[in-house]
Design a protein around this ligand. Structure first.
Ligand code: UFG
Length: 333
């Protein structure tokens, strides 16, 4: 299969590109390199393009024709919740505008298979009984422009399925972590694990954003998913689009098991050898107490499930982090 991967030079995309190529698919990457790194795609062809610019449809049609593309994995997007609240119109232009251009190019070129990167942010702050798992057909009430753009793109995919026969799968990522290869680790400090690793390597202690939530240890619970398992779910989604004639579907990608902030920090202590003694800070506005995926739908339809646990995620995140960010000569433990 010849697959166009947008955002293929980024943290998640580069794992997808590597797995696709390992199994023998042909890959062309489109990435604006705003956060991606060209070296991440190896020797796969890379076209530097911002999907939101006005002539992106023509550029994409050329890429699709030149590379005989039969399926698209669309990962390229802006993904910072706080930034989206500060710059909503820009997030809509980037995420919704970019996706619209991609779908116009696919329609014009007759490419019907699309896997779209969505997010658990589409659920928002769910008004569900404590301990409930998120189900794809449950309520979606995003509380950030970022989550809204992901939900709008899901709707756009559904509408294109009705209008011209697009066959789409949206994967709602939960909390992505870890590295499949050390050189492909998450270079940013936007999420709990890299933030805490960064603080510890600088000799500081992590901060827990609230310890009075209605959870077992009072800290927020999330469903952490290894980036390699997540990348594998993209391949399973492509196979599903190949064999099944269902026009449009949405799947959670998580493990189905939650870990609290305290549990994650304890695992970071075990994986790194640091003496982790977090301080307790205020709650962060907008954080739901618990967000854990119901993963039965993806297991049933795609035959996919996660294989890596929290220890594997943190171990691999640390292996990727330590050589590039350095560690103090004397650890506090
Ligand atoms: N947290 C801390 N201290 C920190 C950083 C985070 O206690 O220094 C806590 C947060 O309050 C939260 C948990 O760790 O309870 C995880 O926080 P992240 O920021 O790593 O992740 P979120 O669950 O807030 O967000 C992630 C993705 C979003 C996506 C969302 C979907 O980063 O892009 O999941 O639910 F929208």
């Amino acid at each position: 299969m010849s697959v166009l991967v947008t955002g293929g030079a980024g943290y998640i995309g580069s794992h997808v590109v590597r797995l696709l190529r390992q199994r023998g698919d042909t890959v062309v990457v489109v990435d604006d390199l705003s956060s991606g790194v060209a070296a991440n795609v190896g020797d796969a062809p890379l076209v530097q393009l911002d999907l939101s610019v006005s002539d992106a449809v023509d550029s994409l049609r050329t890429v699709i024709a030149d590379h005989g593309v039969d399926a698209v994995i669309h990962i390229a997007a802006k993904k910072q919740v706080g930034e989206s609240a500060a710059r909503p119109a820009w997030y809509y232009t980037q995420n919704v505008g970019g996706t619209a251009h991609l779908m116009l190019a696919m329609e014009a070129a007759g490419v019907r298979k699309l896997m779209f990167s969505s997010s658990a942010a589409t659920y928002g702050n769910p008004d569900v009984p404590p301990g409930s798992l998120m189900r794809e057909n449950g309520p979606s009430s995003p509380i950030s422009p970022y989550g809204e753009t992901k939900l709008v793109c899901e709707w756009m995919m559904r509408d294109a399925a009705r209008a011209w026969g697009l066959r789409g799968v949206g994967l709602r990522y939960f909390n992505v972590a870890g590295a499949g290869w050390p050189e492909l680790g998450d270079p940013t400090r936007f999420n709990l694990i890299p933030i805490a690793l960064g603080q510890l390597t600088e000799g500081k202690q992590p901060v827990i954003f609230g310890s009075d939530y209605p959870t077992q240890d009072g800290t927020c619970i999330r469903d952490y998913i290894h980036v390699l398992d997540l990348a594998d779910a993209h391949l399973a989604a492509l196979d599903y689009l190949d064999r099944d004639d269902r026009p449009y579907d949405i799947f959670n990608v998580g493990t189905g098991t939650g870990s609290s902030v305290s549990e994650v920090l304890e695992q970071i202590g075990r994986s790194t050898g640091y003496d982790v003694r977090p301080t307790i800070g205020d709650r962060r506005p907008g954080d739901p107490a618990t967000l854990v995926a119901d993963v039965s739908r993806i297991a049933d339809a795609l035959g996919w499930r996660a294989h890596h646990d929290l220890a594997a995620m943190v171990d691999s995140a640390w292996q990727a982090w330590e050589p590039t960010h350095g560690a103090p000569a004397v650890r506090p433990s």
